[in-house]
Design a protein around this ligand. Structure first.
Ligand code: PRX
Length: 640
């Protein structure tokens, strides 16, 4: 197979070049304990840990701990420790939906705002270990809210503003939250998002004691006496100092809900010490971070990428991080590059879906801006096709900026497979090689570990500091989901090919998770939403390739006897999914069918459904095990 290889640019080799990377790999092999304690020195600790990793993936001795006897506070690491030297340095640049209307917060301002928030939470009786939901736009107050929780030891759970009230409700119930921090409204692409109204709806069936509302648009919103507090109304009275809690390294820092192949979303739990070490370490390694950088990760804080690379990683390293509350095509398709020029962005990190959407608009909106400040480009969230990679490199980066294609997952806390821009020659479409200390293995369905060039299911053979510790409230589910498929290994759910140079090529999910525009959606969740409609008997949801979104959702639906499937019902079903989950999970296509293809034991043959959704109807494979092979002809005829 002939693949383009892009060499490492000279000027990136100063920090971590090929020799340094080789040395790091040797070090972690020879003495992992020492290597990982060394990485922990990036942070300030009240008590520096004496142990690094202590873990076992085996069922009878299953445990994962990192830096267990260390004590620290992550908000102190992101704020207080920078104040003496860098109090006036910009921590966050807020870039709102409307270009140019932003503001900057220095480290001191962010510190003071965080302390105010922390004091407000404390005044409402919120304590260490309590759960606080954050349902906010990408405004600096959202980062302050996260850091405030970290400061007092409360566990935050950020919910993306695009999720429905029903989704927010489910998460509040699951983690038994006592407070919600929100804003009156968000604004995206010129349109308002009714955040507070959504919160009110979410709380109808299960209330919380405190709702803090930050003013974003100034919209007139109802406030519930005794529960709702306007942040701007009380802000001035709140003290700008707040004593931080000394947290154990293994105390939970946050819960982030993510979709899996079965059931409702899982609360992924990350703890303080290991997560912080991993976010800061990978930020420095992968982005070749330098003090003069202006770092822009376009992800929302509702996703893990926003947690690790908008907030915690950059701030722990004292960097200047951009918080973007807009979309790539508003006011027009030049938005990213106009903003890059205006803010002097040096490192730009986004998702393939955005790159593909912009690529479709041609080179002109890019070339209209100089982009000369950019020195490094990154990609995250889904496989990037080589064409999109090349376009990103050639057009956006003018062929002079390395592209780091970073593979990782919510569960991982931070990047696991990625080039080092100063040390790893790049192959477009490959996330290249594991970071030091990360041990990917490819496994076949018979549990055999594959050597050399091979394709298989991607597992990780050892733990790293940023690995999740449990599923909130369900430790058994944690083990079952990730460690029971392959004995002694963490199973990622991804398929992967390793080439003859040891490069990893992620091929996408092999389980029932769909990656739509880099957002994870479980087929089971969408199906359960569809069948909740009174006219629906059964539903099966699969992915099909989509030019911009990467994957899109194709739903096969059978109706109750006597019901007719038409466009009006398609609309209703779409609404149902938007209500239950959010617009991001709405099926692109809905295919009404009299029956689903099932085996004689009643199992839906998704393989066949996938082929039909993909349009591969000439090549459906073996259909002889179907209870009624005639079903297939009807399905093919009804393809959307
Ligand atoms: O399938 C992989 C894909 O996204 C999944 C993880 O999704 P999530 O937990 O939402 O985290 C996304 C941001 C870290 C993975 O199982 N994925 C993520 N990054 C890449 C990727 N697939 C290919 N290449 C990537 N760089």
């Amino acid at each position: 197979m002939s693949e383009a290889v892009h060499p490492v640019p000279e000027d990136f080799q100063a920090k971590i070049g090929p020799d340094e990377l080789a040395r790091m790999r040797e070090e972690v092999e020879a003495d992992p304990h020492r290597f990982w304690l060394e990485q922990a020195k990036r942070l300030d600790w009240y008590e520096f840990p004496t142990q690094a990793g202590d873990w076992s993936f085996d069922e009878d001795d299953f445990h994962i701990n990192w830096y267990a006897d260390g004590r620290l506070n992550l908000s102190v690491n992101c704020l207080d420790r920078h104040l003496a030297k860098d109090g006036e340095r910009t921590a966050l640049i807020f870039e709102p939906d409307e270009p140019g209307e932003g503001r900057r917060w220095t480290y001191r301002e962010l510190y003071e705002e965080t302390c105010r928030f922390a004091n407000l939470l404390k005044s409402r009786g919120i304590r260490r270990g309590d759960r606080v939901m954050i349902y906010m736009p990408m405004i600096p107050e959202a980062a302050a809210a996260m850091l405030a929780c970290a400061r007092i030891g409360a566990i935050h759970s950020v919910v993306f503003g695009g999720f429905s009230p029903e989704s927010l409700h489910g998460r509040i119930v699951d983690c038994d939250a006592c407070a919600v921090i929100t804003a009156d409204e968000g604004v995206r692409g010129g349109k308002p998002i009714p955040l507070k109204r959504n919160v009110d709806t979410a709380l109808e069936r299960r209330d919380v004691a405190t709702v803090i509302v930050v003013t974003r648009t100034g919209a007139d919103i109802p406030m519930k006496a005794g529960r709702d507090i306007s942040y701007s109304a009380v802000r001035e009275e709140l003290a700008t100092e707040c004593e931080p809690e000394a947290m154990g390294a293994e105390d939970p820092l946050f819960i982030l809900y993510t979709s899996g192949s079965t059931g409702q979303p899982k609360g992924v739990v990350h703890t303080t010490g290991g997560y912080a070490v991993w976010a800061a370490t990978t930020f420095e390694w992968v982005f070749d971070y330098r003090r003069e950088d202006i770092f822009w990760c376009t992800a929302d804080i509702g996703w893990i990428t926003g947690h690790s690379y908008v907030v915690y990683g950059p701030l722990a390293c004292g960097a200047t991080s951009v918080m973007f509350d807009g979309v790539p095509n508003y006011p027009d398709f030049g938005r990213f590059w106009e903003t890059v020029d205006r803010l002097g962005v040096t490192i730009f990190y986004t998702a393939p879906t955005a790159i593909r959407a912009l690529m479709r608009e041609g080179d002109d909106p890019v070339k209209a801006y100089s982009r000369k400040s950019i020195r490094l480009l990154g990609s995250v969230g889904e496989p990037i096709n080589p064409e999109a990679w090349e376009w990103y490199w050639r057009v956006v980066g003018d062929g002079r900026c390395p592209v780091v294609d970073t593979w990782w997952q919510t569960e991982n806390g931070g990047i696991l497979i990625s080039p080092f821009p100063g040390a790893t020659p790049m192959k477009p479409g490959s996330a290249t090689k594991p970071l030091p200390g990360i041990r990917p293995v490819l496994v076949d369905p018979e549990q055999k570990i594959l050597e050399g060039a091979a394709s298989g299911n991607l597992c990780l053979a050892s733990a790293w500091p940023g690995l999740m510790r449990t599923v909130w409230g369900d430790h058994e589910r944690f083990f079952q989901t990730y460690f029971s498929t392959y004995t002694g290994l963490y199973f990622t759910g991804d398929g992967c090919r390793r080439d003859e140079d040891g490069y990893y090529w992620i091929t996408g999910r092999v389980d029932d998770v769909i990656n739509v525009s880099g957002h994870r959606i479980g087929t089971a969740e969408v199906e359960s939403s569809l069948v909740s409609h009174p006219k629906v008997a059964e539903a099966a949801v699969v992915a099909y390739p989509h030019e911009i979104k990467g994957q899109a959702i194709y739903a096969f639906v059978t109706l109750n006897a006597g019901e007719e499937g038409d466009d009006a019902l398609r609309k209703e079903l779409n609404q149902e999914v938007r209500k239950d989950i959010g617009a991001l999970a709405a099926p692109e296509k809905i295919h009404f069918t009299p029956a689903l293809p099932k085996t004689r034991s009643g199992k839906i043959m998704r393989r066949i459904l996938r082929k039909i959704a993909e349009g591969e109807t000439g090549n459906l494979g073996d259909t002889s095990t179907l209870a009624d092979p005639g079903v297939v002809d009807a399905l093919v005829a009804g393809r959307q």
